[in-house]
Structure formats: structure tokens, C-alpha cells
Ligand binder design. Sequence first.
Ligand SMILES: Cc1cc2nc3c(=O)[nH]c(=O)nc-3n(C[C@H](O)[C@H](O)[C@H](O)COP(=O)(O)OP(=O)(O)OC[C@H]3O[C@@H](n4cnc5c(N)ncnc54)[C@H](O)[C@@H]3O)c2cc1C
Length: 497
Amino acid sequence: MVESQAPRIRTKAKHDVLRITAMIQVKQERSHLPTAEHSALIDLDRALPSGAVVTDPDVCAAYARDESEAEPRLPDAVVRARSTEDVVAVMRVATRHRVPVTPRAAGTGRSGGAVPTEGGWVLAFERFDAIDEVSTRDAVAVVRPGAVLGDVHAAVEAEGLFYPPDPNSWASCTIGGNVAENAGGPRAFKYGVTRDWVLGLEVVLADGRVLNVGRRTTKGVTGYDLTALVVGSEGTLALVTRATLGLMPRPEVVRTLAVHLEDEAAMADAVSACLRARVTPRCVEVMDSITLGLLREAGVPVPAGSRAMLIVEVDGETDAADRDLERVGNALLDEGTLEVLVAKHEGDREQLWSARREMSRSLRTLAVNKLSEDVVVPRSALAALLGRCRAISERRGVRMPAYGHAGDGNLHVNFLWDTPDEKPSVDLAIRDLFEATVQLGGTLSGEHGIGALKAPYLALEQSSDLIAVQRSIKATLDPLSILNPGKIFPRAGHGGC
Ligand SMILES: Cc1cc2nc3c(=O)[nH]c(=O)nc-3n(C[C@H](O)[C@H](O)[C@H](O)COP(=O)(O)OP(=O)(O)OC[C@H]3O[C@@H](n4cnc5c(N)ncnc54)[C@H](O)[C@@H]3O)c2cc1C
């Protein structure tokens, strides 16, 4: 294929001569690929600007996994898109050759969503990262998918505005990944999750058509809400190439409390105590006794006897935030907590949060393997869920530290193990956890998505009719099933569907 086309290309401009050299390199590196894949790669390279398509296995290896335990898989190629036109070009070639395309942003996902489990190409958005606009008059930001969330926060806050979603990975995760996962974060308790702040999207469909869904206005009910459908669809329905985000005035101050409890089961009561005090904290984060040990190691002063800790924050205008802090602090003391500590300086606050943000990575130091689930139950069932976790841990002999967003009933339950022979017990413990969650009226994922890892369990929560309806939506938008295949839906043999 390369040989037959080379003479024609060599008659073109000088940069095309360089392109054909690159193609021959593609051939050499990918000589193991069957002819069909090989010719698709040549078409892809021809359709994209020079240098956008990478087939070097060392580079591709960096795109084979995300921040989950999903089995890595080397893509045939990585395309580093810089524009909507690039994305359209990729999808047109992919459709023509029926090549699977896995979108990828920063790769911080926890469910294997960005892993090219079916092979094909990874479409990387990290270089498509402009912040096009921050409008103070309309209170919107218009950003491209590869924009890092922390940069978006900084840009809007510089204008006195605020974009609330704040997954703890904000320093590296991107808007594209946040939209695809409907990411939440500590501030979700008061301000909601990504879907609540996305007004409109430009998306590219699997066949390369570009749609503008949603709007720039705060209100608008024209047609079906396809924006809400795309948010949280994990890159399986459409590719996000631009997002219009709603903004609000930046709260004047933030006040922070650390609350220590003698008993893990008291967590849910502590959250209710805040609400009874007629305050909606902007976040209520929780850490169990094992994760508290890690906090101690990180230098956070944790009183002896503390079996669980909450981080509670309120925000707003200075007077209102101070009043809310007092109300919440008193309500928590009345609830019988061990100790309530107020962060006096920004340094105290930062120490708490940096330890909390690093919690996942710190837990990794406790065992050779770690897998993190992010189940959610109604807040009233939080204590029951923790009790069930302890029982499962004992029954299956698996260590299961937990922390998370207590205000939302969203617990990150971690499974730690060292040797391969422990893995079957871990798998049983995970299934036990999901079954307990569903029995308690909860859901399998609060923010990390179903991805590749939780797909086998979808039928534990959703009926076969519900799964079939979702599959038909997928088939309408992506009839060849080339957009992030192998994600969300169980394969044959997973049971239930
Ligand atoms: C330490 C740590 C803390 C975390 N804390 C939180 C937390 O508090 N809350 C939370 O919600 N998550 C959290 N996460 C998970 C993760 O950061 C989020 O899921 C985040 O939204 C992923 O963004 P990303 O840019 O890394 O996307 P990636 O991991 O690259 O991709 C995630 C998904 O989005 C799809 N995708 C990427 N770009 C596009 C696009 N342009 N169009 C369509 N689909 C696309 C991918 O195919 C994949 O399915 C945490 C992760 C880590 C490592």
C-alpha cells in the first residue's frame, strides 16, 4: 500500500515528501499490523497535520493505561488533536476503516475509560487546551477539552468568578475528562457536579459530524437535553471539542474545620447535624481510621482516640461564613464529637487538603496492589455501608480503607492486596460491596464512571430493559460502535444482559 502510493506523493510539495518518510516509518514500526490496519494508518496520517499521528511504541505506551487497575493495552497509534478539524478528520477515517477510537485527556480516570481496551487509536486531547473566553458579563467560560481544570479555576477566579466542580485531581485532569465522567469533587455537596455547570457543548460524532448542543444562556429548554446526555457518557457517544461552562461570583472567604469522631459510624450523624444547624457546608469530606493513620504520617495532628475525621468547609461573604462556621462547630460539638479544630491559617487548611488529595497515592504505599471503588448510598445509609464494608473485609480477608465525600454519601472504598493468590478474594469482596450498595439504595459509581472495570457489574444496578435502551442510544449515535468500545456495557458472558 505504501509503495503503490509513494510515487504519487513524491510528486507533491516538499513537506509531503517528509510525510511519506514518516509513513514509511509507520510501516516499519507497525509491520506486524494486518494490511487493513496498516492502510487505515496511512489514510489517518494523510488526513492530519504533520506530526499529529504517532506510532512510536515508546510514546504509545504512555497512552496504554490510566490511573486505574484496568489492564493496559498498547494502541496502534496516538493522534494528538489540536482542533475540531483534527477530530473530524480522525473520525472520518476511523469510520471509513471501522477503527476503534479511544478519547483520552489527562489519563487520571479511575475506571479504565481512557484505556484502548479494543485496540485501535487513542485520540489525545492534551494539546487542544485553549481557554477561548471568560465572560464576566454573561458569567460563562468557553474552553477546549484539553484545558486543565486548575488553569480554568485560575482564569475565572482572576475575573472574580467561580467554577465550582473540583475533583481532587484538579491540578492535572481536564475539562474534556470532567465532562465525559461528569466529575464531582468535595464542593459538590453545596454546588453540584460538572453536569450542573455545563451549559453547552460542541461535539463531534463518530462519523465526523459536528453538533452544537445546549446553549450559552442560563435558561433554555429547546429540544431534548443532549448536553446532559453527553455529560457522563464516558466518551462513548460523542467527542467533546468545546464546552461552555456556567460561572458564579467567587465566594469571598472559605472557613475550614477538622472534626474528630470516636466512632466511624457517627459520620452520617455529623453530616445531618450540619444541616440541622441550617447550614449547607461546601464540603464534608470523611476519612476512616486506616486513612487517618496515613494523615498522621503526613504530619497532620490527629488526636489519640480519633477513629474518623471529617473536613467541613463553609464559604460565602466573610460575616456569613463566620456565622455558619460557628453554627456548624457548635452543632458538631453537641453531636458528641471528640474534638472540633478550626483551621486558623491558610497553611493549616492547605496541609489538610494536600494530605486528603494525596490519600489515594498514599494508600498505594500500603500494598503492592490497590483498587478503588466509588460507591454512593443515601446519606442516611452511610453508617450502614461502612458497617457492611467492615463485615466484607473480615469475611474475605481483604484490607478495605475508606474515605470520600460524606456529604454526598460517596465513599471511596479501597481494596489492598499483595500477591496474585489474594485477587480472587478481592474480586468477591468487590462484588459483595456492589451488592451491599445496591441493597442500601445506592449506585455503583458517584464520579469515576463505569468504564471498563465496572462494566461487568452494571446489571447488578440496572434492569436489562434500561441497559437495552441505553445501548440503542449508543447505536443511534455510533452505529459502528467505534467510539470508546468496551466501556460501560457488559460484554456477552458478563451476565444479565
Ligand atoms: C488522585 C486522584 C483524585 C481524583 N479525585 C477525583 C474526584 O474528587 N472526583 C472525581 O470526579 N474524579 C476524581 N478522580 C478521577 C479523574 O481525575 C476524573 O475522572 C477526571 O474527570 C478525569 O479527567 P482526565 O482529563 O484525566 O480524563 P481521562 O482519564 O483521560 O479520561 C476520562 C474519560 O473521559 C473520556 N474523554 C476524555 N476526553 C474526552 C473528550 N474530549 N470527549 C469525550 N470523551 C473524553 C475518556 O475516553 C475516558 O472515558 C481522581 C483521580 C485521581 C488520580
